[in-house]
Design a protein around this ligand. Structure first.
Ligand SMILES: [Zn+2]
Length: 457
């Protein structure tokens, strides 16, 4: 009875389309960090940027291509030589490079934006693909604004690029205009009419202007698309892109309707979402499906009661299946370094031993002060500890080894700490969390106690 489940390629464009959305720009280090998390998440393709757009974008794509080796690394290019050359320059050291070329095909874009005829459009697309193919085996083509392109003409362009060597045909609903049944029909039309289509992968790239990006992407898959382009938290131009976590979990929770598989590691979803939000400073909408903080919160008494008796009464998936940390696990000062390390990982941070020690010292002081350390406290603590600065492990306060602190207690003064961005109530002799700094008050007692927890795990 078990039918073969088709494997869907997950193409993540958080670092390209997502990064283009207001307030979501990221620097090279941040992009690299997120790319490594996307790798852990198990996406198949990472679109790392648009190399000709800026030197920063170019360097980011190059850095990701050289460090992240498992997934395909894609770079975007307009359908012209300089763009494609620049993309290739950034990608050529990747283990699995892909050049992604796009050219608008709708009449409104051809007339008003590109000022070219349909014939010129076909020729330019095919030329660009031929050139990209001369550099890179893996070439994707996107007819921008495909959903507002006359289908007959769309098929003509697609046929030309398939003949020129494209290996993936991405169908973008650039303006978020289509609806599921219509988009599914378009994919079916393409499969029926484009010569050579059976040798290439059809992809869907949906925007959420009408709130249907995920539904449209799933409709495309049902009609035969085998790649979905999506972003973490659904970030992206305007109303955003189709959300990776929603597509993946729809397939997992409803295999009866969506008999497909992806390589995504569900348990890494929450960490990826948190990391993105932390890097960009853009919070996740609280009721956002899968990754919002209320997605698994049961406020109503009758729901709480049901969930405690059997989670399936109100939960269609468990928080653990998407990596949401068990909310019953509260970190306090008796939590060990191991537990802290695990929680940090769940929140999207992996630290080496030295960095974790550093975090742990601060955590113990904080726990001493506020008893229960919640995720937002921990995230702020991590952020404060890893504020960008010249040094590899910047510190907001100098951590003095316990013995030294005992001897030098009165003389120790904190390094001038930068102002916290979102401070807890801060007294004159406390750090960002209101925890007394070394050299003040009963620091002797604190330091002694701290030592016990520091190495006791
Ligand atoms: Zn897009």
């Amino acid at each position: 009875m078990t039918a073969e489940r088709a494997r869907i390629t997950v193409f993540d464009t958080t670092l390209r389309d997502g990064e283009q959305s207001p307030g979501c720009s990221m620097n090279r280090q941040e992009k690299l960090r997120l790319a490594q998390q996307l790798d852990r998440l198990g996406v198949d393709v990472i679109e790392a940027g648009f190399p000709i757009a800026s030197d920063g974008d170019f360097e980011s794509v190059k850095a990701i291509a050289s460090v992240v080796r498992r997934p395909i690394i894609a770079g975007l290019a307009r359908a012209c030589r300089p763009d494609i050359e620049r993309a290739w320059e950034a990608l050529k050291d990747a283990a699995r490079p892909r050049i992604h070329v796009f050219l608008a095909t709708s009449d409104i874009h051809l007339q008003y934006k590109l000022r070219i005829t349909r014939d010129q459009c076909v020729a330019q697309a095919a030329d660009a693909i031929r050139f990209a193919k001369s550099l890179c085996e893996d070439v994707e083509f996107s007819p921008e604004d495909a959903t507002r392109t006359e289908p007959e003409f769309l098929c003509r362009v697609l046929e030309a690029v398939v003949e020129a060597g494209a290996t993936t045909l991405n169908i973008p609903d650039t303006v978020g205009y289509t609806v599921p049944a219509e988009f599914g029909d378009l994919i079916t039309t393409i499969r029926q009419r484009v010569k050579g289509i059976e040798n290439v992968v059809i992809s869907a790239h949906c925007h959420n202007d009408l709130g249907m990006a995920v539904a449209n992407a799933l409709a495309a898959v049902a009609a035969g698309a085998r790649q979905v382009e999506c972003t973490i938290n659904g970030i992206g131009e305007r109303a955003g892109n189709a959300s990776l976590e929603e597509i993946v979990m729809a397939m997992r929770v409803r295999p009866d309707r969506f008999a497909y598989e992806t390589g995504v590691v569900g348990e890494q979803i929450f960490a990826a979402s948190q990391m993105l939000s932390e890097i960009t400073g853009v919070p996740v909408q609280p009721n956002k499906a899968i990754t919002g903080r209320n997605a698994f919160a049961h406020e109503a008494g009758i729901h709480q009661d049901g969930v405690l008796k059997n989670p399936l009464t109100y939960e269609i998936m468990t928080p653990q299946s998407v990596g949401v940390p068990d909310s019953k696990l509260v970190l306090g000062k008796h939590s060990g370094r191991h537990a802290l390390g695990i929680r940090c990982e769940q929140l999207g941070y992996q630290f080496d031993r030295r960095a974790l020690d550093d975090i742990y010292r601060r955590f113990v002081r904080l726990a001493d002060k506020i008893k229960h350390v919640e995720d937002h406290h921990l995230l702020e603590l991590i952020r404060d500890t890893h504020k960008p600065s010249g040094s590899a492990t910047p510190l907001i306060e100098k951590i003095v080894p316990p013995q030294a602190a005992v001897v030098n207690a009165p003389a120790v003064t904190p390094e001038s700490a930068p102002e916290p961005t979102k401070p807890f109530p801060v007294g004159p002799q406390t750090n960002a969390f209101g925890v007394p700094l070394p050299g003040h008050g009963d620091s002797h007692h604190e330091q002694t106690q701290q030592e016990d927890y520091l190495w006791g795990v």
